[in-house]
Each structure stands twice: as structure tokens, then as C-alpha cells.
Design a protein around this ligand. Structure first.
Ligand SMILES: NC(=O)c1ccc[n+]([C@@H]2O[C@H](COP(=O)([O-])OP(=O)(O)OC[C@H]3O[C@@H](n4cnc5c(N)ncnc54)[C@H](OP(=O)(O)O)[C@@H]3O)[C@@H](O)[C@H]2O)c1
Length: 406
């Protein structure tokens, strides 16, 4: 088993999301973060260190021959955040070592440890954390090999299981439903609200080339930001009641706690049209009054239905975890073999030079006088034999090492 690997982590699985921040290196970016990590590496006698903070986990991936025990872990996190007490650290930090740290890394990269199982964002975050640590010379060949293995395993998981297949975010699901309506790309879309959720919706509208979008928002600047991305029109929310262009689809999502679209306003916005309209309401509570759905010809896509769908899809992804675990087991076995081979290859890398040096020493020192007494032909034969022996001697330990490693 690869020794020396350790992961110290705090994750959403055992810790409240708002407490995870206490285990992240505080207020540190760029050079400040770099020198903080460099100091940690020296202070705790780490050969390698990789740091990955995300919003629902923080990972410290270490390679060290130090004894990583309770005292080490307490000291480590109190260096990061002196306000943390030992008991809290003991409760929240999970320590994986050796094989288990690699297993955890592979599981994280394949998203089975994620809050939303099957999301690929974590792989990007891991790679970003690794690249940063590598560029700052915090990591070496051990963490490089582990990360290579984790990335290969994750790619295999995403391509050969259905773990990331069904959407689980409300916005992706809403867009999936919208696409089923097969509206043309020049369909008239009214978007109400320009917060985070509608910004995500915008990403998809851009992706699917919707080109006729009017955005209404209380703060016009935010509507303008979205309009720019969609080449659309930004208007103030107060202008909504004056809109006369009709619509094919309405996407409503604001933080208002009362309905924004009531029966009268909807009637007005229809502008006399009677064809079915798509109404997407992503707000909690709903921003489109229940009466609107009852009285008009509406294809209604709303958050409660989407949440149910998200739950079903998440359950589907969860079922894939068993398949993922079988794949990961195989990748971990392969990693162990590769890792052992690389360790031996590294240990053997000086063998050729050392054998050459033995030969040189024999020829030029130990047997110098004997060789001088030989005739030319005998000397050449001896040299050829020595070169032959040198090559064969290099091959023997390499071959033996490979057979031991596999
Ligand atoms: N974020 C999510 O993942 C998510 C997912 C599903 C549903 N939701 C729901 O979506 C709604 C909006 O969430 P968000 O994350 O997009 O919020 P957000 O980023 O805070 O944006 C809120 C939006 O609502 C507008 N707004 C707030 N109060 C309003 C009021 N009284 N009248 C008119 N407009 C008002 C804001 O206008 P200004 O720009 O003028 O402030 C802004 O456009 C909430 O009901 C939330 O529960 C959110």
C-alpha cells in the first residue's frame, strides 16, 4: 500500500456548510496563500502538499513521513486558524491515510462524495487546486501520480456510467422542459427578474440561440447585463404592464414574496393571443398566480414539479454509485501497481551510472596493470566483454524490479 499519503478534510458529509470556512486558510490569495502553504509545508515536515478549498469541502492532501496523529492534526489546523479548539477539530476533521486517502481522492474526483452526486465541477476544482500547488512547487511526483490516477478514474466513471446523465439542477431541468416545447429560436421570450437564477437560465438561452428576449427587472442595470449576453432588450419591471408585443414564453423568477403576474396582467400581456404559452416560474413562493394557470391556456413549468424531478434524477444517479465503486476498485488496483513500478524505477535510476562506474574503476584502477600486460586483441576482447556485461547487468535488476512490482 502506498504509504505517506494523507488527506485531512472537512466536508458537507459531517460538517455544516457554514462551518467549513473555519478550516480554510483565511483571507489568503496569490502570493500570500503561496507563502502560507510553503510555511505549512516546512513547519509540518511535509514532502508534498496540495490544497483544495471548495464551497462544500476543503482538502489538504499531504505526502509525508511524519506521524500524522491527533496532536499533528490539532497543530496543523490551529496554525491555519488559531481560534479553532482541539475538540472541534477532532469532531470535524476526517483523516484518511495510505490506501484510504487515495480511495477518497478517487471518490471525490468521480463525484460520488459530492453534495450533488454526478456533478463534474469537483474534478475541475481538484485540477485547479493541483495546478496551483504544482506551480508553487508544493507538490512532487507522489501527488502527481495520485492526481493522474484520480483524473483517469474520474474520466472513466463519467464516460462509462450514467452518474452525471440526468440533470438535477432546477434550472437545467426547466430548460430541458422548455426544449421539449420545441419553440423556434426567435420565439418571443419575456424574462422577469435578473438575479442568479435567471442569469443561469440566460446561459442556456445563449447556448440554444434564443434571440428574441426582453428582460424586465427592478434594477435596470442587472436586466441590461443579461440583455447584452442575449442581444435582447432590457426594461424596468414597471414597464411590464405596458408591454404590447405579446409573448410565446415567460420565464419568471424574482425574490418577491407575492405574485408578480396576476390574472389581469397576464391577460394584458397576451395582447389578444389565444395560443398556448409556456410559463416557467422558478420562484419560491411562485411569482405567477395560481389563477393564471387555471384560467389560461398555459404549459406550466414550475419549481415544485422540477424539484420532484430533480429528486428522482438524483436517486437515479445514486443507484449508479455501485457501478462507480466497482470501476474505482479496479483503478485503485491499477494505481497501486503503477505507483510501485514508478517507485522502483526511481530507485533504480542510478543503477546504469553506478554499474558504468564499477566498470571504469575496474579497467582504470583495479586491473590497470594486468590489462596493460595484454596484447591488443586480448585488450579489445576484454573491453567488449566488459561492455556486454555492463549492459546485461543493468537489465537484470530492472527486469526483477518490474516483476516484483506487478
Ligand atoms: N438560486 C437558486 O439556486 C434558486 C433555485 C431555484 C429557485 N430559486 C428562487 O428564485 C428566486 C430568485 O432567486 P435568485 O437566486 O435569482 O435571487 P437573487 O440573485 O437574489 O435575485 C433576486 C431577483 O429578484 C428581484 N427581486 C427581489 N425582490 C423583488 C421584489 N419584491 N419585487 C420585484 N423583484 C424583486 C431582484 O431584483 P433587483 O435586481 O432589483 O434586486 C433580482 O432580480 C427566489 O424565489 C429563489 O427562492 C433560486
Amino acid at each position: 500500500m502506498p504509504k505517506g499519503f494523507h488527506i485531512l478534510t472537512v466536508t458537507h458529509k459531517q460538517t455544516n456548510l457554514n462551518k467549513i470556512g473555519a478550516f480554510v486558510i483565511p483571507n489568503a490569495e496569490g502570493e500570500v496563500l503561496k507563502s502560507f502553504l510553503e510555511n505549512l509545508k516546512v513547519q509540518f515536515n511535509l514532502k508534498e502538499l496540495m490544497y483544495v478549498p471548495t464551497c462544500n469541502r476543503v482538502i489538504y492532501f499531504l505526502y509525508t513521513h511524519s506521524n500524522v496523529d491527533e496532536v499533528f492534526i490539532t497543530d496543523f489546523f490551529q496554525t491555519i486558524n488559531p481560534t479553532l479548539n482541539a475538540e472541534f477539530i477532532g469532531e470535524e476533521v476526517v483523516h484518511y491515510m495510505g490506501y484510504h486517502s487515495l480511495e477518497h481522492l478517487f471518490r471525490v474526483s468521480s463525484s460520488v462524495e459530492s453534495l450533488v452526486v454526478g456533478e463534474r465541477e469537483i474534478l475541475r476544482q481538484l485540477r485547479e487546486g493541483y495546478d496551483k500547488s504544482l506551480n508553487w512547487n508544493l507538490t512532487g511526483h507522489n501527488i502527481r501520480l495520485a492526481m493522474d490516477g484520480a483524473v483517469i478514474a474520474a474520466k472513466d466513471v463519467y464516460s462509462n456510467t450514467r452518474i452525471g446523465e440526468k440533470p438535477v439542477s432546477v434550472v437545467s431541468l426547466a430548460i430541458e422542459q422548455l426544449m421539449k416545447c420545441e419553440l423556434p429560436t426567435d420565439a418571443r421570450i419575456l424574462m422577469v427578474g435578473a438575479g442568479q437564477t435567471n442569469n443561469l437560465v440566460t446561459k442556456f438561452l445563449v447556448k440554444y440561440n434564443y434571440s428574441n428576449v426582453t428582460i424586465f427587472n427592478r434594477t435596470i442595470e442587472k436586466a441590461q447585463n443579461i440583455a447584452t449576453r442575449l442581444n435582447g432588450t432590457a426594461l424596468s419591471l414597471s414597464d411590464l404592464k405596458n408591454h404590447e408585443g405579446g409573448f410565446d414564453c415567460m420565464i419568471v423568477c424574482t425574490g418577491a414574496t407575492q405574485a408578480i403576474i396576476n390574472k389581469d396582467l397576464y391577460q394584458k400581456l397576451l395582447n389578444g393571443e389565444i395560443t398556448q404559452k409556456v410559463v416557467i416560474d422558478l420562484a419560491i413562493p411562485n411569482n405567477v398566480e395560481a389563477d393564471v394557470v387555471e384560467h389560461f391556456n398555459v404549459n406550466h413549468i414550475e419549481i415544485d414539479g422540477l424539484k420532484l424531478l430533480a429528486k428522482e434524477n438524483l436517486a437515479f444517479r445514486q443507484k449508479e454509485v455501485t457501478k462507480v465503486e466497482v470501476l474505482l476498485e479496479r483503478h485503485l488496483e491499477e494505481f497501486e501497481i503503477t505507483y510501485r513500478q514508478r517507485q522502483i524505477t526511481r530507485a533504480m535510476q542510478n543503477v546504469p551510472t553506478e554499474i558504468k562506474a564499477v566498470k571504469e574503476h575496474a579497467m582504470t584502477e583495479v586491473f590497470k596493470k594486468d590489462i596493460e600486460s595484454l596484447d591488443e586483441n586480448a585488450r579489445l576482447l576484454l573491453e567488449r566483454m566488459m561492455t556486454y556485461m555492463e549492459k546485461k547487468c543493468i537489465g537484470i535488476p530492472m527486469k526483477a524490479a518490474k516483476s516484483v512490482a506487478s
